[in-house]
Design a protein around this ligand. Sequence first.
Ligand SMILES: C[S@@+](CC[C@H](N)C(=O)[O-])C[C@H]1O[C@@H](n2cnc3c(N)ncnc32)[C@H](O)[C@@H]1O
Length: 186
Amino acid sequence: MFLDLACGPGYALREAANRTNGRGQLYGIDNSSKMIEVAQASSNGCPNVHFCKSQAEELPFDGNFFDVVMCSNAFHHFSNPEKAVREAQRVLKPRGRLYISDITANNVFMRIFDTFMHSLEPAHVKLYSRQEFRAFFERAELRYVSSVRSDVIPPIEVHIAEKSAACLHLKRRLIIKFSNILTRFF
Ligand SMILES: C[S@@+](CC[C@H](N)C(=O)[O-])C[C@H]1O[C@@H](n2cnc3c(N)ncnc32)[C@H](O)[C@@H]1O
């Protein structure tokens, strides 16, 4: 089970469908109806690829559903990135991984570039540093696994995080404990 957040016209999902020879189910969400229409029309021959219009910050999926969630070249558009990472954590299965690939602003030059992007692209919200990605992940109870840098300019990094199995077990234990306490009173 694979999810592409802000999938645009769906290139990544079609590539993934080709590589996996029709195995698994691949989902893409985007908040633009136009993008979803293009993605659906271009993926006619891929029965295991599905698209729906949705905000990355409010995903229409049950928890613990996906093995992999990815987001490519779109995180800097999210109005509530914190919530988007929390949603990705929610829909990931334990040990599932989140891959966010985006321009990463680790130095003062990239901060200036970020300001410049605001005037060039109206949908641009903010570029983040590696430390900021780490903080997003930690606040969402995701373990920062690593980042992979490319040599392109502007610098694109893939930030990889994992949902721990322990987190789910802890939540389950807490729910069981809480319901045991409640049954004593009612
Ligand atoms: C630059 S495109 C990248 C598309 C695709 N991921 C790719 O790499 O080709 C950014 C996409 O993010 C989508 N987007 C922006 N904010 C979003 C949000 N909050 N939730 C879902 N999609 C969003 C836009 O509609 C657009 O399709």
